[in-house]
Write a protein that binds this ligand. Structure first.
Ligand code: NZQ
Ligand code: ZN
Length: 388
């Protein structure tokens, strides 16, 4: 096990009806707030009214930034930064899925910074200050509610880049599983795929002697496998939605499940290039790319892939070699994603081979990808081709 430091300052308020705590929590950060949300789901569900009532009840003046896109765009983030500066707003409140939360983090980081907020994402500058941020999550997937990451798309340049800053941890996140009842079947699938791949990115490593971390990862994976189909069949199943929500939060919250282990993240970079160019849902891209990354790298550590097959997918090890087990585990992963209705090939989502070289070149612009097996441009292109 590697040495590590772990610190996560986000306060999680979990359970049905917890939006009633919003006003009090938000009032700790001043008397004005920028309310950031997406394309309208929070209006259709009535959550927008509840949020406004909470803020107004606590004397908070509300400014609004609606219209955050899935794969949130830099141009919209800039609008939020302008509104905060023009109105001297001290606090950002994100109400929505990962895209809304990520855009809000970028706004919070961008307001006190004199240059372009994109500098952070291009590794040209490090944030030194940020506005405080609170969130109300409406989609279980990214873990953004309890982590320091945000991923923003510069659509003009077709670049999607992530940035981690300890200043971007939300001060609080309200996690009410009933707010995810209206998440459609496909987004429920993409969310489940996303959280599973967050665990994979941490689980497939070369670090030795980490039995607790491995079992934490495996237990999250099994819990997602059990609950995602239930949530799809019965969207209002509280237990299934609550279990998924907790899995998403634990899967990527600054490393709680993977302290002391190396991590990979090549597949996420490979997917982000797809979203940047084709604007596909992140979870859909991962459903295509991840099993092919596994196929490309599994020989690096047959024992871990065999363990994954046995412990997560309950594949009977008797009479099988480690390689057979590894391949069976990869196939089970692919089959599960497909059973949720998530895609398996680029062709299915209308993507051909014409821009593979361009995406592969951009993906390694900051250096080779991953740690489990370092991937150069040719490797990335090969994984895209396996995914066709
Ligand atoms: O925009 P609205 O109208 O709200 O609709 C959204 C959107 O169309 C809808 N939705 C959200 N909650 C809903 C709902 N519809 C009905 N009922 C609800 N309760 O779902 C659609 C997708 O929303 P989005 O926020 O884009 O999805 P998700 O949470 O999967 O976020 C994806 C983004 O997060 C980034 C991805 O790259 C992508 O840009 N990621 C962020 C990470 C992080 N911050 O740690 C890590 C991830 O690996 C990921 O890269
Ligand atoms: Zn992800």
């Amino acid at each position: 096990m590697n040495s590590f430091a772990f610190h996560n300052p986000t306060k999680i308020i979990f359970g049905e009806g917890t939006v009633s705590r919003l006003g009090k929590e938000a009032s700790a950060y001043g008397s004005k707030a920028l309310l950031v949300y997406g394309g309208g789901s929070i209006k259709r569900t009535g959550l927008h009214d509840k949020v406004l009532a909470q803020l107004q009840e606590h004397g908070i003046e509300v400014f609004e930034l609606p219209g955050i896109e899935p794969n949130p765009r830099l141009s919209t983030v800039r609008k939020g930064i302008d509104i905060c500066r023009e109105n001297d707003i001290p606090f950002v409140l994100a109400v929505g899925g990962g895209s809304v939360l990520d855009a809000s983090k970028a706004i919070a980081l961008g307001v006190p910074y004199e240059g372009s907020v994109w500098d952070f994402y291009e590794h040209k500058a490090t944030a030194k200050a940020a506005l405080p941020l609170g969130t109300v999550l409406t989609l279980s997937a990214t873990g953004s509610e309890m982590n320091s990451a945000s991923v923003i798309t510069n659509w003009e340049e077709r670049r999607k880049l992530g940035y981690l800053s300890p200043l971007a941890f939300p001060r609080f996140s309200i996690l009410d599983p009933t707010l995810t009842y209206t998440v459609p079947r496909d987004q429920t699938a993409y969310g489940a795929v996303d959280m599973m791949t967050h665990v994979f990115e941490q689980y497939f490593n070369h670090t030795k002697d980490t039995p607790l971390q491995e079992r934490l990862c495996e237990s999250i994976l099994k819990t997602i496998v059990e609950n995602a189909p239930v949530a799809q069949e019965n969207p209002n199943d509280y237990a299934a939605r609550a279990n998924l929500m907790l899995c998403g939060t634990y899967a990527l919250n600054g490393g709680m499940i993977s302290v002391g282990m190396d991590q990979d993240w090549a597949s996420h970079d490979i997917e982000h290039e797809l979203s940047a160019v084709y604007d596909i849902a992140h979870g859909a891209g991962l459903s295509i790319v991840y099993p092919n990354w596994m196929k490309y790298v599994y020989r690096e550590r047959l024992d871990r892939f065999a363990q994954f097959a046995v412990r997560v997918w309950d594949i009977d090890p008797s009479g099988k070699t480690e390689e057979e087990l590894a391949l069976a585990g990869i196939q089970a992963t692919r089959d599960f994603f497909r059973s949720l209705g998530a895609p398996s090939t680029l062709t299915e989502v209308g993507i051909g081979e014409d821009r593979i070289e361009e995406m592969a070149a951009k993906s390694v612009s900051f250096g080779p990808l991953g740690h489990f097996k370092k991937l150069g441009q040719e490797d990335v292109a090969a994984i895209y081709r396996l995914s066709l």
